[in-house]
Design a protein around this ligand. Structure first.
Ligand SMILES: *Cc1c(COP(=O)(O)O)cnc(C)c1O
Length: 388
């Protein structure tokens, strides 16, 4: 039996509990009542079906947490009001003032801003940025005060991957916790906890929500103690729980996740192959192509591919802007993971150091392939190629 598909579709149904409703309700309540004061005093919000106040936990949100925890083979999920709220809770939950963090250079940009502009100057943390692909470089970066490694695989921009088993082995040897942003692949295509990662983050705003209508995030781990700490200190006291309506929409998103991802992947594969063959394209970065320089690692740890990719045109960065402006179906906007295709030049204003590190020019185009249909999207790209 494929337990992933059962988690997506049926975990948390519990018809008896919800008057046989096929879909569990949205619990839009801020508190729960008790028969006696003693009963109220005895509630433990870490236990199943024990709820006190909506900032601690919520029954609808908890169904989502159970589903994602099951999908990642973790013991517990804790959902937040955004991916960044989940990410910052993990960093603050694991690190203290003075902690050293090893972070990959090409992680989601706001994470680097949080580290550089808040954690370092305000909490005296230290950060060493590494490529993530050079194991010796990671080993050299370790210090006695290293508390956390921040990973993302595949990473934004050129979809570099990290050998997760190898990197987590180094971390374990030194007693360092590892965090990964697994948003790109979802638990269906990569299960980092199985590869030794300590805590996984998913932005619900992307594939899990899937319809560009919610913002949310979730953390999952096998470490019960860590998750209890994150749930109380980081969620209850900082106060960033996911809203019940968002939780309900995320549960709805999960029910169709596998079907959507399959289609996203199929479309992305065809588009990547088309771009790779195109005479006006210099290079395509996509984990599904056999030309990806780390194809071996990808095969070892991924079960599928995102529908995000990037490519460079064989012309000036200005022409890349002309190109995306001529796209009709690919909307110009940030984010991704919904039904609609998107295109951007995410590094158009990047500094030279970052461009050199990635080995690209500022005309790099990022495509997110949505659900408008492969033929339609190919036709759209064809039209944009005619404009340059
Ligand atoms: C969007 C995104 C985030 C941030 O999620 P929010 O819900 O917007 O806070 C983090 N990581 C990746 C890979 C993302 O694409």
């Amino acid at each position: 039996m494929d337990s992933d598909l059962l988690a997506l579709t049926h975990t948390g149904d519990e018809y008896d509990k919800y008057l046989n409703a096929v879909v569990p309700p949205v619990f839009l309540n801020s508190l729960h009542l008790f028969k006696t004061f003693e009963e109220y005093c005895n509630v433990n919000v870490f236990e199943e079906d024990q709820f006190i106040y909506g900032r601690d936990s919520n029954p609808t949100v908890h169904i989502l947490e159970r589903k994602v925890a099951q999908l990642e083979n973790g013991v517990r999920g804790v959902a937040f009001s955004s991916g960044m709220a989940a990410c910052s809770a993990a960093i603050m939950g694991i690190c203290s003032s003075g902690s050293h963090i090893i972070c990959m250079k090409d992680v989601y940009q706001p994470v680097k801003r949080l580290l550089n502009q808040v954690c370092v100057p305000r909490f005296q943390m230290e950060v060493t940025y590494v490529t993530g692909t050079d194991l010796e470089e990671i080993e050299r970066a370790v210090r006695p005060s290293t508390a956390l490694m921040i990973l993302e695989s595949p990473a934004t921009f050129i979809f570099r991957v990290i050998d997760l088993s190898a990197v987590t082995a180094i971390a374990k040897k030194h007693g360092i916790k590892t965090y990964i942003d697994n948003t790109c692949l979802t638990p269906l295509f990569q299960k980092p906890l199985e590869l030794g990662v300590d805590i996984v983050m998913h932005t619900i705003s992307k594939y899990i929500g899937g319809h560009s209508d919610i913002i949310g995030g979730i953390l999952v781990s096998k470490d019960e103690g860590l998750m209890r700490k994150i749930m109380s200190e980081m969620r209850e006291w900082f106060g960033g729980i996911l809203g019940p309506m968002e939780g309900w929409l995320a549960i709805r998103g999960l029910r169709t996740l596998q079907a959507r991802l399959r289609q996203h992947q199929e479309t992305a594969m065809e588009i990547a192959a088309y771009l790779e063959k195109h005479e006006k394209v210099k290079k395509v970065n996509y984990t599904g192509l056999s030309s990806h320089p780390q194809a071996d690692i990808i095969k070892k740890q991924q079960k599928g591919h995102t529908s995000l990719m990037s490519f460079e045109l064989d012309t000036t960065p200005e022409k890349a802007v002309t190109f995306i402006n001529h796209l009709q179906l690919f909307g110009k906007g940030c984010s991704w993971g919904g039904f609609e295709s998107l295109a951007l030049c995410p590094l158009y204003k990047a500094g030279q150091e970052e461009l050199d590190f990635l080995g690209v020019d500022r005309g790099l185009i990022r495509l997110y392939c949505g659900l408008e249909g492969t033929e339609n999207l190919l036709e759209d790209l064809e039209g944009a190629f005619r404009s340059i």
